[in-house]
Design a protein around this ligand. Sequence first.
Ligand SMILES: CC(C)(COP(=O)(O)OP(=O)(O)OC[C@H]1O[C@@H](n2cnc3c(N)ncnc32)[C@H](O)[C@@H]1OP(=O)(O)O)[C@@H](O)C(=O)NCCC(=O)NCCS
Length: 192
Amino acid sequence: MNERPASRTDGAVVELRPHTPASLDPLLRWKNDTEIQRLSGDERRAFTREEAAATLERWMRPSDDIVHLAIGLAGRAEPIGFLHLALIERAHRRCRLGIVIGEKDLWGRGYGQLAAARAVDHAFDVLGLDRITAEVFADNPRSVRMFENLGFVREGVMRESIQRDGQRVDELIFGLLRHEWAGSGSGRGARR
Ligand SMILES: CC(C)(COP(=O)(O)OP(=O)(O)OC[C@H]1O[C@@H](n2cnc3c(N)ncnc32)[C@H](O)[C@@H]1OP(=O)(O)O)[C@@H](O)C(=O)NCCC(=O)NCCS
């Protein structure tokens, strides 16, 4: 549950930042990566630079019901990934977290978990929400493990939720509540 040893992240500090034009080149690469398309449920096709620019422009526009953030490492200008707190519903104080570490050579080193933990802090502390949902394809063990490590509870499964490569794939529903985070080993206090 706790932050992993510095050796896995080489002591790098993970930051969440507003997107800037510096996100465009990496975003174009990641959107055209077939493995990332498959794991994140993005459309599986080639994306043009103009399409990526339009996506980024949308992500940089302020919105009441979605927060898009770049995942960065201190001292490195280009982001290593992105996340969003989507479907923000003030009335029900809830949202849905989605995350991609686009730099595949950095997978499995703890950056996703650190970034997601900061996003959880943002959702609970800054946005004042009480619940975060995450939906994960059942054949994505790295993502499942990351959310479990953070204390998300597996609440259910949407059976045969999507169509991929001629097969139906289940999607798992994870949920995290504000009071669980406050009392967990992953919460803000444990990482300072
Ligand atoms: C999912 C994702 C955000 C996780 O970020 P990450 O930095 O790779 O993940 P972390 O290193 O923080 O945690 C991954 C965990 O899975 C474990 N893991 C890695 N490969 C695994 C595998 N094949 N089977 C089971 N567990 C695995 C790691 O050991 C680690 O667990 P540990 O800390 O207990 O050892 C990132 O891999 C990613 O962007 N993948 C592509 C897009 C995607 O899947 N997005 C999520 C959509 S819900």
